[in-house]
Design a protein around this ligand. Structure first.
Ligand SMILES: Cc1cc2nc3c(=O)[nH]c(=O)nc-3n(C[C@H](O)[C@H](O)[C@H](O)COP(=O)(O)O)c2cc1C
Length: 208
């Protein structure tokens, strides 16, 4: 039995699609309970973006997702983050969620939990790896155990095609204007990452 939490932020819906695929993957591991939660939007951003139809539609589609709390982080055995790229690193909304979890850090509540990251960028070279690596820094401060996405199980990564996904984690390329949707290979890799994370979380939960 393992509890997998998937906290994500998604302005335009690409990460939202990827985390749903990851959740399906996690559910393939027997006895896994999965919870997807969205990280709160900033009111300032909501106001600025309210004239962008694409953003408004994507937010409406996520309306019924529960908002992430710090109790959720404590509840989980494994945590898979959905983090789109902002200037090569995580969005402030996600950073705010992590920064305000200092109480959990101080008590070592997240230590020993398995963790993994799904990201997305506008372009192929927009910083998928830098987003994962820089997001990993606070997760290591929390004492979490990182789960990557190996080549052996993910031959799709060995390509010159314009798709996301690397040993660092699953990813999608949203397109310069967000016009692309996650491709089959990207969703498959997201599913495999969810499954791998759930397996590791389950194994760790049985040890501790
Ligand atoms: C403020 C801002 C900064 C961004 N910075 C980058 C970037 O550094 N590299 C990149 O490829 N895409 C960048 N993008 C595009 C986003 O990564 C893209 O919209 C996102 O991955 C789509 O995921 P979502 O639909 O789940 O929000 C940026 C977008 C915004 C709004």
């Amino acid at each position: 039995m393992a509890k997998v939490l998937i906290p994500y932020y998604s302005a335009y819906g690409h990460i939202y699609e990827m985390v749903k695929a990851a959740a399906d993957g996690a559910r393939r591991v027997e006895g896994t309970e999965v919870k997807i939660v969205k990280v709160a939007e900033f009111e300032q951003v909501r106001k600025i973006m309210s004239s962008q139809e694409y953003y408004v539609q994507a937010q409406e589609a996520q309306e019924n997702m529960p908002e992430a709390t710090h109790d959720d982080l404590e509840w989980a055995d494994g945590i898979l983050w959905g983090i789109p790229t902002r200037y090569g690193s995580m969005p402030a909304q996600m950073k705010q969620y992590l920064d305000s979890a200092g109480g959990l850090w101080a008590q070592g509540k997240l230590e020993g939990k398995a963790t993994a990251i799904i990201t997305s960028t506008g372009s192929i070279h927009g910083g998928q790896e830098t987003t994962v690596i820089t997001s990993l820094v606070p997760l290591l401060h929390f004492g979490m155990i990182f789960v990557g996405l190996p080549y052996g199980e993910n031959p799709e990564q060995l390509t010159t095609d314009g798709i996301g996904g690397s040993p660092y984690g699953a990813a999608t390329v949203a397109g310069p204007s967000g016009e692309e949707q996650p491709k089959e290979a990207e969703l498959v890799m997201a599913g495999r990452l969810g499954e791998r994370l759930a397996k590791v979380a389950k194994a760790l939960a049985n040890v501790t």
